[in-house]
Design a protein around this ligand. Sequence first.
Ligand SMILES: *[C@@H]1O[C@H](CO)[C@@H](O)[C@H](O)[C@H]1NC(C)=O
Ligand SMILES: *[C@@H]1O[C@H](CO)[C@@H](O)[C@H](O)[C@H]1NC(C)=O
Ligand SMILES: *[C@@H]1O[C@H](CO)[C@@H](O)[C@H](O)[C@H]1NC(C)=O
Ligand SMILES: *[C@@H]1O[C@H](CO)[C@@H](O)[C@H](O)[C@H]1NC(C)=O
Ligand SMILES: *[C@@H]1O[C@H](CO)[C@@H](O)[C@H](O)[C@H]1NC(C)=O
Length: 515
Amino acid sequence: MKTLATSLVVYLSLLLDVAVVGVDGIRIHGKRKPWLDDPFSAVAREEGGGLQKRVPLSSDLKNVGDVNYFANVTMGGRVFSALLDTGSSDLTVAGTVPNAKNTGKTATVNYAVGIAEGPIQTVQIQFEGFTIQDQAFISDTSGHHADGEGIIGLGPSSSSVVRDELANSGGNPVLDRIFRSNMSTPNFITILLGRSEDPTDPWPGDVTIGEILNDFENVTSQPKLAVTEVKTGNGQHWQALLDPNGVIGPDGQPIKVSSKVKNSDKTRLNAVFDTGFSLSQVPKTIADAFYARVPGALYQNISGIGEVYTLPCDVELNVTFKFGGVEYPVHPLDTSISTLKKKDALGNTFCIGSFQPIISTAQASTYDMILGMSFLRNAYMLVNFGDFVDGAASKTADPYIQLLPLTNDLAEAHYDFVKIRLDGIDNTANFQLLPATTLPPTESTTPSDEESFSEKIKPYLPYIIAGCATAALILIVAIVFCIRSSRRKRYRRLHDPAPAGIEPPFAQYKPTRRY
Ligand SMILES: *[C@@H]1O[C@H](CO)[C@@H](O)[C@H](O)[C@H]1NC(C)=O
Ligand SMILES: *[C@@H]1O[C@H](CO)[C@@H](O)[C@H](O)[C@H]1NC(C)=O
Ligand SMILES: *[C@@H]1O[C@H](CO)[C@@H](O)[C@H](O)[C@H]1NC(C)=O
Ligand SMILES: *[C@@H]1O[C@H](CO)[C@@H](O)[C@H](O)[C@H]1NC(C)=O
Ligand SMILES: *[C@@H]1O[C@H](CO)[C@@H](O)[C@H](O)[C@H]1NC(C)=O
């Protein structure tokens, strides 16, 4: 608990640092941020050497500096800006929601960093063209979010705190409500995250429900990655297994890794796909292999971010992840993040390695890593909920994830990097990694048998960047409260059948499947 409280305090400073972005309401929309003082404009690459542009017709997301992606949710007639979070399962907003009704219950959602808490209310909402009556949400009074902002959780309903608290299907998250309200709506979502720095493909991002973005139809022909099931607790996330030797480092070699998830194939890491993490959270071995051999890289404890590698912004690193036999190269603009650009004591800027050794509050025994925005900008993701929809008969349809690689054109990615980070002068041929022997020894962690505290909290990083500051003391008090309530929750599992006669043809909800 001490660790958690401490890191929350630490995170507060970053929050102060970058909150400016949100407060000013600067809409990035694929544009460079003005304060980066960069000579390159936001416009798509001009005469372009025949490289194709991918610009979806619509854009439903607002990209704030590649560290937050917001969608609009209209609630009781008022438009709220909600962070898209596949790592949690509740809708929470700060500020008055017109026409909302009280349920008399309250709830607290614990994220890896930060919380949301307050009364559970219901109201009519509109999201992505769907209208839902009496959607349950948390009217967040924690003070962590600006008025008019919140979080929309797109995770499995089994992890919903509101649902748990209301103990009936009226507490279901937005997506379950949508899928159940019209059986013809296919029960999948897709998410495309844009890259604010990208000179060739400027778009903020999109989220769709039950349909696929134009020009990205091929996602359905990608391998179906089985969602690995978490049997105990409410720690189910959208997670799947990497291939053996599924992480290729900047030297082109697979990184030696071993899964710490119990009863699983040690050669395959279990990865959670979480749009709520600005920096992907990876085993230290992977971060070491990505960054430790970069001349000038340092492993530092950065205020507001925690322990992370920093490196010169002009170092191009090519790394790749493999799922289902398909390679997902990571754009070199995503291996280090410049929108969080920092200056050292001498005034030199450095970039943050966007694959961070997993912070303690984000760890759990049920997965090895969390692939957040820095990975997801490189893959169009389809999540098919299968029978993970509340009320579905168990074992009828397994949920799965499909990923369409977006960074296939390595020449274009290289061009982008040279243009953005190297002022257009390609000197990457001179770059060499330090010898492999400089790698620190690989860590070996033994998973604890007990469900750790951290897996009861919902990982959620960008919160720190989006929210507004609050006294650390309040947070610590809140944490204590959260620990209490999550302990309590553990013994209050949900066993409610869906109300009879409503929302056929799904059979009764079968809790054994999820817990
Ligand atoms: C969200 O709604 C606001 C206000 O209605 C609008 O100006 C904005 O363009 C919308 N944003 C997106 C990403 O649709
Ligand atoms: C249900 O969904 C289908 C397919 O998306 C759509 O054609 C139909 O209009 C919807 N029905 C209602 C009542 O919204
Ligand atoms: C879709 O995927 C198939 C198989 O991988 C490939 O042959 C085809 O070229 C792809 N189509 C597009 C438009 O990318
Ligand atoms: C990082 O530094 C902060 C002080 O800025 C300290 O409180 C924290 O414990 C440090 N974290 C680690 C993991 O050393
Ligand atoms: C990264 O990949 C691109 C495209 O394959 C290549 O041109 C570039 O030299 C690579 N950079 C490094 C540092 O390996």
